[in-house]
Design a protein around this ligand. Structure first.
Ligand code: ADP
Ligand code: ZN
Ligand code: ZN
Length: 743
């Protein structure tokens, strides 16, 4: 027998299989990991296929050195997935296969953890008799009594009751009374599990389940679950998963970021116990590896995790749920590029599972697919128990200035906060910039001062003498005296960050306990959990934070949500800025009034007439969708087109430019070879992006905008290849597909 092995090296020259002889008596099948000789080295690889014959002369074929596990690490369905991803995105197979394994497994970096355990080698009655006969050794007698329950006890546990138990245990083993052995232990992520019962369903939840369950049990169905904030989507997920388990199938639930959704994990663990496994990047390497193995062995049948959990080694999934499907975290920006939502759809189709994309604010792309009929729309239009959606007030910040209020809090928000505190309730304040005094902006027109070189807002630094810094090109300058766009002298007002908001809050409400959540405060392993806990427990009364506070949280005592500056995301240089703004405002508004007390939301803005902000204030998804879909159609943005770019970066501006020009030339050559691709091209331009330098490297890009079509997808694959080939020394080339920003 011969094995065709893909070695775990990402390089053009080894992007094909190598054949090895399978030694007599070795069990192998596709998906097994093996160690093989490679040149003078020994490398890890994955068996793709087996064959009876081989083209090479036998003396040139080396044998497989050993198998690395006693089971196939990559399941057949995932092997297929890796193969098709590699083919479609032109990524090396070794790279797509790496997605299927915990990084810790490669290179044998994490060992299986073991512990020494003891149990009786004789009947309990005999042990008790022997205990009495131990004479002067009270330790041995005590150990025998402890073990007389007939269970296996880890030595570490026994040592809490008997000091240094190993010696006496060995003596007991020699006497044939006790067995000492090594056993594998699985590291489990910590956290208490609160067991809970299923509550009765609301009518809307029952209806949604009646629609989704039968197709799911038949192994089909693609759904978009659009439920307003607080409509109880999680309960629908839980019941779908329960039906899967009853039918002998498993489930995968993807969440945008585990650290921000500890509640989801709690709920699932509470209802499903150890059958639920959690996969995310904040687990220790050992925990991650062990959770992966619990899934692989079938001990865990429900997987909750962030993006990469879509590759979990779960056999026979019955449903794959993508919660908050509109989040950009489902797009992987690293190679190999993938969209977890697409992978979910593919796994569902290939493995006979139902797909559920869920959100209160679905992405434009998903809702457009639901309208076309390729996703079935299921709606939860009301909050549970008919709790009202929060009432939203828009506050015009230009008027506040006219009225002499220079604080970052409008009169309405100040009153709202005071009342909320007086009632003993909690509030959340959203501020989409971290830090202190981040931007210098004009209070009259709302424009932030931008770097003349980079077209990005400059950051104010108090330290080092009141200067503006460009974080992209490093330019430093004093703040201007008047607004460069409208001439207003009210320019010396400094736009605020989360830290500034928290400080002003302390001035407004002295003695109020607050927590602040942004990247600066949540860096530790359990950073998020500690802060969220502080707020959930009621010790802190106000939570100030960036968009990380807007997602999925369910704090029943929050009755007031304030958005300090709604326009910040609206002004981002990105065609999705409106979509982001609507999502962010609707989601954060949805945190208010989730318990029995009704909620109130105050949105501060310089553009109260803006239609996106108005739609968000009404929490009217359909109105927003209608506006935005037309806007995309009119200016040919996705889903009507695909935007791609090839980005060249180099320390030398000339080299970056030459590379971009040469790439553009190759794109043109490709297009002249493929007239059907050519027809799809809407824009092809070579230019400097608005951020011309990034961390000291000059940047040039080739932007290709294509009308959405199968030809566009083929052209994208070819562009990926271009980015990979023939890059001159010192120039990095990146291919980006619908990039998050075009800076
Ligand atoms: P969503 O994700 O749709 O915003 P959640 O799933 O967080 O909403 O549910 C909102 C709140 O309603 C939670 O506190 C949840 O425990 C509660 N809830 C949901 N369904 C039920 C039900 N059937 N009975 C009682 N409480 C429910
Ligand atoms: Zn700059
Ligand atoms: Zn101005």
């Amino acid at each position: 027998m011969y094995a065709q092995v893909i070695v775990d090296i990402v390089h053009e020259n080894v992007a094909h299989t190598f054949s090895y002889r399978v030694p007599e008596g070795m069990t192998l099948a596709p998906g097994w990991r093996v160690a093989v000789p490679f040149g003078r080295r020994r490398v890890e690889g994955i068996v793709l296929s087996l064959s009876e014959t081989c083209d090479l002369p036998p003396e040139r074929i080396k044998p497989v050195a050993e198998t690395l596990e006693d089971y196939p690490a990559v399941l057949p369905a995932l092997l297929e997935l890796a193969l098709s991803m590699a083919e479609e995105t032109h990524a090396p197979l070794a790279e797509t296969l790496r997605l299927m394994l915990p990084a810790q497994m490669r290179g044998g970096r994490v060992r299986v953890k073991t512990e020494t355990a003891a149990r009786l080698a004789v009947k309990p009655a005999e042990a008790e008799k022997a205990a009495e006969a131990q004479g002067r050794s009270r330790k041995r007698a005590m150990l025998l009594t402890l073990l007389a329950d007939g269970e296996t006890h880890p030595v570490s546990e026994l040592s809490q009751l008997v000091r240094d138990p190993l010696m006496p245990l060995r003596q007991l083993q020699e006497a044939g009374l006790v067995l000492l052995f090594e056993r594998e232990v699985l590291r489990r992520p910590g956290g208490a599990v609160h067991r809970a019962e299923d509550p009765p369903l609301t009518d809307d939840q029952r209806e949604a389940l009646e629609c989704m369950t039968p197709p799911m049990l038949r192994g089909e169905g693609r759904f978009l679950l659009h439920g307003v904030t607080g409509s109880g989507k999680t309960e629908v997920f839980i019941r779908l998963v329960r039906r899967c388990l009853e039918a002998g199938k498993g489930a995968i639930i993807l969440v945008p970021e585990i650290a921000l959704t500890p509640q989801m994990v709690d709920w699932f663990r509470g209802r499903f116990g150890p059958v639920a496994a959690v996969l995310h990047s904040r687990l220790s390497p050992g925990e991650r590896f062990d959770e992966w193995r619990r899934i692989r062995r079938g001990d865990a049948r429900v997987v909750i995790g962030a993006r990469s959990a879509i590759f979990a080694p779960l056999e026979n999934p019955g449903v794959i749920i993508v919660d908050e499907e509109h989040e950009t975290t489902y797009l992987s920006d690293r190679h190999p590029r993938y969209d977890a939502r697409d992978i979910a759809a593919r796994r569902c189709a290939a493995e006979g599972a139902a797909l559920v994309l869920a959100s209160a604010t679905p992405s434009i792309l998903s809702f457009a697919r639901a309208r076309k009929g390729s996703l079935r729309l299921v709606e939860l239009p009301r909050r549970v128990f008919d709790r009202p959606l929060p009432a939203v007030e828009l506050v015009d910040m230009r008027r506040e200035l006219d009225g002499g209020n220079r604080s970052i809090f409008s009169g309405a928000l100040q009153r709202g906060l005071r009342e909320c505190m007086a009632q003993g309730e909690q509030a959340m304040l959203l501020m989409n910039h971290r830090g202190y005094n981040s931007f210098v902006s004009c209070r009259a027109c709302g424009q932030a001062v931008k770097c003349p070189e980079c077209d990005v807002s400059m950051t104010y630094h108090m330290a080092g003498g009141d200067l503006l810094h460009c974080h992209y090109c490093g330019r430093v300058m004093p703040p201007p005296q008047t607004c460069p766009s409208c001439g207003s002298p009210h320019i010396r007002y400094f736009g605020a960050g989360t830290q500034k908001v928290e400080e002003e809050l302390h001035r407004l409400l002295p003695g109020t306990a607050t927590v602040r959540m942004d990247i600066d405060t949540t860096s530790g392993k359990d950073g998020h959990a500690k802060l969220l806990d502080e707020f959930r427990s009621g010790r802190a009364r106000v939570l100030v934070g960036t968009q990380m506070i807007a997602k999925g949280h369910d704090f029943p005592n929050v009755t007031l949500v304030g958005v300090v500056a709604a326009d910040m995301t609206l002004n981002l240089p990105d065609y999705r800025a409106r979509e982001r703004t609507f999502q962010l405002l609707t989601q954060v508004a949805g945190r208010a009034g989730r318990g029995e007390k009704p909620g109130r939301v105050i949105i501060q803005t310089y553009k109260p007439e803006d239609e996106t902000i108005l739609a968000a204030a009404r929490q009217d998804y359909r109105a927003f969708f209608a506006q935005e879909f037309e806007r995309r159609r009119a200016s040919f943005y996705p889903p009507f087109s695909v935007i791609t770019r090839l980005l060249a970066e180099s320390a030398s501006p000339d080299a970056a430019r030459r590379r971009a020009e040469e790439l553009a030339e190759r794109v043109r050559a490709l297009l002249s070879e493929h007239p059907d691709w050519q027809k799809r091209v809407l824009t092809l331009l070579t230019d400097q992006p608005s951020v011309k330098y990034l961390r000291g490297r000059a940047r040039w890009h080739v932007v290709v905008k294509l009308a959405a079509s199968p030809e566009a997808e083929r052209l994208c694959a070819a562009l990926t290849d271009l980015a990979r080939t023939d890059a001159p020394e010192g120039v990095d080339t990146y291919f980006e597909y619908n990039p998050v920003t075009m800076m």
